[in-house]
Design a binder for this molecule. Structure first.
Ligand SMILES: [Zn+2]
Length: 195
């Protein structure tokens, strides 16, 4: 999340078992307006900045993985910027749900509408309206306290092109490192978007 002095915030990237946070430490100790927020329970490893930089200097597997993730992060930032400028709230919401769904098992995304509002940088009432539209389209089956059950295929249809284009580019990068696509629910590409 990028936080503004006004207190407003919006999401700029998402990561799960595919990446790291705090990666800019590799460029030097700089104050950052970015806050890493845990939205979905899971397990993560934590390492001190000194140990992290020492590991990077040794050019071991951590360095290679950080380089790979840095490249995919740039792709994420590019697509989030374009998506925010060009696409509707429900399209953006569908895209964020797909990206979170890629990092969880099953069809239930453990996220509240308040959290979605923060991700998108919009009011809660705007998210409620977007959720209603996605439900009418069958892309959201139900949403209760703290979770949203999705219909993956319909959610893909309701999302903007950003999810697919971004995922395709990221898959291309990770494949260069011999890493299998880490998404759990990869969609089959639609050729006309990727030509
Ligand atoms: Zn978009």
């Amino acid at each position: 999340m990028m936080e503004m002095p006004s207190g407003q915030a919006a999401a700029i990237a998402v990561t799960g078992n595919d990446g790291v946070s705090g990666m800019l430490l590799s460029l030097g100790p700089v104050p950052s307006p970015i806050a890493a927020v845990v939205r979905v329970p899971g397990t993560a490893w934590q390492i001190s900045s000194a140990q992290f930089n020492a590991a990077l200097r040794r050019r071991n597997a951590i360095g290679v993985m950080v380089e790979m993730f840095a490249r995919t992060l740039v792709v994420q930032l590019q697509h989030v910027a374009v998506c925010n400028a060009l696409h509707s709230v429900e399209e953006r919401m569908a895209t964020w749900l797909l990206r979170m769904h890629d990092r969880v098992e099953g069809d239930v995304v453990p996220v509240t509408q308040d959290a979605i509002a923060e991700l998108l940088g919009v009011r809660r009432s705007t998210v409620t309206l977007a959720a209603l539209k996605l439900k009418e389209a069958g892309a959201i089956r139900s949403h209760g306290r703290g979770s949203i059950e999705i219909d993956r295929k319909r959610l893909e249809a309701a999302s903007c092109q950003c999810y697919e284009l971004m995922s395709h580019r990221i898959d291309g990068i990770v494949s260069q490192y011999g890493v299998k696509n880490s998404r759990r629910h990869a969609m089959s590409p639609r050729a006309e978007w990727l030509a």
